[in-house]
Ligand binder design. Structure first.
Ligand SMILES: Cc1cc2nc3c(=O)[nH]c(=O)nc-3n(C[C@H](O)[C@H](O)[C@H](O)COP(=O)(O)OP(=O)(O)OC[C@H]3O[C@@H](n4cnc5c(N)ncnc54)[C@H](O)[C@@H]3O)c2cc1C
Length: 420
């Protein structure tokens, strides 16, 4: 394991490893459910590359901000807030590194918004020869494509330039709804809110909806701290963890427990700075698989999962999380070329997930689902070639920039397949 202190040391480590025929992988926060970051060679921790290098403000208040690639999202959010800036969209936790998050296509929710990698305008990458390349849509555009979302297969990211906006507040509105009402009003909910998502509790027809919308003024109406603790720590983590443990001993009570869980989180409304609304604590251990599907197939896909859960005899105490994204043109983005719904299925880590995930994966295959690169799935390169119109380009660029496979590991080889 190596933790370079600066760019020069990083380049030296990569160049030396490449010379000796040793594999190199960078690891961020290690939050992927796939073995994306493992290596039998040099493991790089870029925690020291965590500062703001440059801020270029635009007249409209937005800005291009260059940060060290090892910075964690929580630290990035704090640094941006101190500059009066914020990310346009984020996922539901802030523990990841920016490099790890973009490399796996990490996303939040919002029908008019893309994932984190769509907010990247340039990268600095150390290639297999140890050369430091600044890549962007104008300079080395193909390397840029693979480097900003390519599982680290183009090289080690040392800096990332982000297109950010003036800091904003979000009004969060969280309400339990009947699932059928959510599905009947789906388009209105998805298109009528900046960030809409819902959690469906398997074995029930209940959902928890989350509507987060920008509010003009920076007037915050925070949750009462006791209420926040009750909802986010006690109900969503403490009691949820305890009920999952109980359910793992007595799986038959899962439907009843899910009915209660779906109602336990009562409606709440508050206004807070965007990073606080996007991220919540997730302390209960689980396994996860997530698929990106064409948005118009969502209702049918959920009906099939529901039918399987009802007839399979499996017990699923964890809710499914449903999110949305705009189409984009990043080669390996799960939302490439299509308005997307994300369906994430989770299982408590002490309970079997294999049959459930395999069944969901079969359902997703029927609608050309694309798995999240950082979450569990069973697909391989030939299927990705069918699912991604620019997959052959990604394979070609990988072969050109890393001909000897310095940045390979078994997961990357499974995803990209043999070099052309
Ligand atoms: C509790 C939890 C909640 C999550 N919530 C979301 C969510 O809301 N939305 C979502 O889309 N995903 C979510 N994820 C998945 C997560 O965002 C991704 O797996 C992400 O990659 C994790 O970031 P990381 O820093 O831990 O990266 P790691 O897992 O450490 O690495 C991921 C990949 O990035 C590569 N990498 C890391 N650093 C570099 C670098 N400097 N240069 C080149 N390559 C690099 C690694 O080699 C590896 O291939 C969640 C995961 C967990 C555990």
């Amino acid at each position: 394991m190596r933790s370079p202190r600066d760019q020069a040391e990083l380049s030296e480590i990569v160049a030396l490893a490449a010379l000796n025929g040793t594999h190199v992988r960078a690891v961020g926060a290690g939050h992927s459910f796939t073995p994306a970051a493992v290596t039998d060679g040099v493991h790089l921790h870029l925690d020291s590359l965590d500062t703001v290098e440059r801020v270029e403000r635009r007249p409209d208040g937005s800005a291009l901000v260059t940060v060290g690639a090892g910075i964690r999202l929580a630290a990035l959010n704090s640094l941006l807030a101190a500059l009066g800036l914020a990310m346009r969209n984020l996922g539901d936790i802030d523990k990841q590194s920016i490099a790890g998050a973009i490399s796996t296509g990490t996303h939040g929710t919002g029908a008019r918004l893309g994932g984190l990698a769509t907010q990247v305008t340039a990268v600095r990458v150390v290639t297999a020869s140890g050369e430091v390349v600044e890549a962007s849509p104008e300079v080395e555009p193909e390397l840029f494509e693979l480097a900003r979302l390519g599982l680290g297969s183009a090289g080690v990211l040392s800096a990332v330039t982000l297109d950010v906006v003036p800091a904003y507040a979000l009004e969060a509105r969280e309400e339990p709804w009947p699932l059928d009402a959510v599905l009947e009003q789906l388009d209105t909910l998805v298109d009528g809110n900046d960030h809409f998502e819902f959690y469906w509790f398997p074995h029930t027809r209940r959902a928890l909806t989350k509507r987060n919308n920008r509010v003009a003024a920076q007037t915050h109406r925070p949750l009462n701290p006791v209420r926040a603790w009750l909802d986010d720590e006690l109900l969503s983590n403490g009691i949820f963890g305890a009920t999952n443990r109980v359910v793992s001993w007595a799986p038959g009570i899962t439907p009843r427990v899910n009915q209660i869980s779906a109602r336990a989180l009562s409606a709440r409304r508050y206004v807070a700075p965007s990073p606080e609304v996007f991220a919540s604590p997730r302390r209960v251990r689980f396994r996860e698989m997530e698929y990106a599907i064409p948005r118009e197939t969502l209702v049918d896909v959920l009906a099939e999962i529901d039918a399987w859960v009802r007839t399979s005899g499996e017990h699923i105490p964890f809710p499914c999380e449903i999110r949305f994204a705009a189409p984009d043109d990043l080669w390996l983005s799960t939302a490439h070329g299509r308005a997307t719904a994300y369906v994430a299925v989770h299982q408590y880590w002490r309970m079997p997930h294999e049959r459930y995930f395999a069944a969901v994966e079969r359902i997703m295959a029927q609608v050309d689902g694309r798995p999240h690169w950082g979450k569990m799935h069973g697909l391989e390169a030939p299927r990705f070639a069918e699912l991604y119109p620019r997959f052959a380009d990604a394979q070609r660029v990988r072969a050109a920039v890393d001909p000897k496979g310095v940045f390979d590991n078994p997961y990357v080889e499974r995803v990209f397949g043999p070099r052309p």
